[in-house]
Ligand binder design. Structure first.
Ligand code: PMP
Length: 459
């Protein structure tokens, strides 16, 4: 640890003593003090108490401009009045939190999604991004009759057995860049999945093509973050090539747009690249801050889940139309939750008016950060499209995938992040930046001031 980092850390600890005390109590209740592993960081996470607009306030009363925005979910910031109004109206008009039956908002949101994401010809709702990608994988198995999937190294799709592989593997374990190994990244996952999930090199069409062609009879689908980690874009030629290749090989293409949906444009990455995936998973922004996922895709694939086609596991009658095995089972008590869909529809409405402002502010912040580094002769890039970017301190000219990213200077970035936390700029150390409609010139300019001060102390 450098001397300077110690200084930033001391400042951080001095300002957040209530968080430290709280966290030691939380550790007696929850393993590691957190209820989602991602919320943890050393020496302890900051415990927030209040959010308003672009700002978060912690237990010690410190104010932060929030760029984490709940990992990108809050694209209108904290407590947006239009979302609060939509929720209140839904509760008052409908008189209930939950119908437990089909209802009108399911259709209203579905029509909006279909308008913006025409590849989603039929849709289903889930309660999280994880559940959404899980359903896409099952749909792919059901439709193709094959039982393996392929994913890209460094891409996250949720925390379950089939996809929690090769997200952040050590380079010793990860094998060769052009033929990455499948590395399980959690305790409690059956090694069986190492064989069932094949790992591909992102933005490398030649080797992706080799691996897919060799395994085409077993691979049901390729799932990817069209923009890795929300910030490393697929190269357009790679994306085009992957679409063509999967079509030729009879492999489905799944876009996991949980991060990119609405964030790189209202029409997501598929709008940006003008590519029609077979299946799409959405989440985060479309819940307006509440838990949600949406799955959609080609009608004939999605129809494998229609209970009208065949009797599912819930058909108790003695005269079943056919076996439950003939239909794909998908259900959930809270699927299509009316309050959440009302919040989501209100979010889209605001974004339709204000998304350009978010892009403008993102560009202003990126440009400002880049010039502050440039003045100090430090080579870096702000990488990302639309309203998401990351600050990558690297000598590498182009960061195209996981292996390239590993060459970045993470320790300098972490030092910077702790310095910024002490100056009231919030993202989880080493995380990407997500912007919202509530970030204005004032927030961007004070962020740049904080960068200037912290960088001056570091160099
Ligand atoms: N896919 C991607 C691309 C994600 O970024 C995430 C969440 N970070 C998920 C899936 C899982 O979503 P959730 O956390 O809502 O389960």
């Amino acid at each position: 640890m450098t001397l300077m980092k110690k200084h930033f850390l001391t400042e951080f600890e001095n300002q957040t003593s209530k968080s430290r005390t709280f966290f030691s109590k939380a550790k007696e209740i929850m393993p590691g003090g957190v209820t989602a592993n991602i919320k943890s960081f050393d020496p302890y996470p900051i415990i927030m108490k209040k959010g308003k607009g672009a700002y978060l306030y912690d237990l010690d009363g410190n104010e932060y401009v929030d760029y984490l925005l709940s990992y990108g979910a809050l694209m209108l910031g904290h407590g947006h009045p239009k979302i609060i109004q939509a929720i209140q109206e839904q509760l008052e008009e409908d008189g209930t939190m939950l119908f437990g039956t089909p209802h009108q908002l399911e259709l209203a949101m579905g029509e909006k999604i279909k308008e913006l994401y025409p590849s989603m010809e039929r849709i289903r709702y889930t309660n999280s991004g994880t559940e959404a990608t899980l359903l896409t994988v099952r749909l792919a198995y059901a439709y193709t009759g094959k039982t393996k999937i392929a994913k890209f190294e460094g891409h996250y799709h949720g925390g379950y057995d089939q996809v929690l592989l090769s997200l952040n593997p050590s380079l010793e374990e990860a094998g060769q860049a052009h033929a990455p190994k499948s590395v399980i990244e959690s305790k409690g996952i059956d090694p069986y999945h190492e064989k069932q999930t094949i790992v591909l090199p992102f933005n490398d069409l030649e080797h992706t093509s080799d691996i897919l062609t060799k395994n085409k009879d077993e691979i049901a689908a390729v799932i990817l973050e069209p923009i890795q980690g929300g910030f490393i874009p697929a190269e357009p030629s790679f994306m085009k090539g992957l679409r063509k290749l999967t079509e030729e090989l009879g492999i489905l293409l799944i876009f996991d747009e949980v991060k990119t949906g609405f964030r790189v444009g209202l029409r997501g990455a598929q709008g940006h690249y003008n590519i029609k995936p077979d299946l799409t998973a959405l989440g985060k922004v479309i819940g307006g801050g509440f838990p949600v996922g949406i799955v959609g895709g080609k009608e004939e694939i999605m129809m494998t889940s229609a209970p009208s086609v065949s009797s599912d596991v819930f058909d108790n009658s003695q005269s079943k139309k056919s076996s439950a095995k003939d239909v794909l089972f998908h259900s959930g008590t809270y699927n299509g939750h009316p309050t959440i869909l009302a919040a989501g529809l209100a979010t889209i409405k605001v974004l339709e008016q204000e998304i350009e402002h978010v892009f403008k502010m993102t560009a202003r912040l990126k440009k400002g950060i880049e010039s502050l580094f440039e003045h100090r002769g430090i080579t870096m890039q702000t990488i990302g499209l639309g309203s998401i970017f990351n600050v990558v301190i690297t000598e590498k000219e182009k960061v195209r995938n996981y292996r390239d990213l590993q060459q970045a200077n993470f320790s300098m970035r972490k030092e910077l992040d702790f310095g910024l936390l002490s100056k009231g700029i919030y993202t989880k150390p080493l995380n990407r930046y997500s912007m919202a409609t509530v970030h204005g010139e004032k927030e961007v300019d004070c962020t740049l001031e904080a960068y200037d001060t912290v960088l001056s102390k570091m160099i």
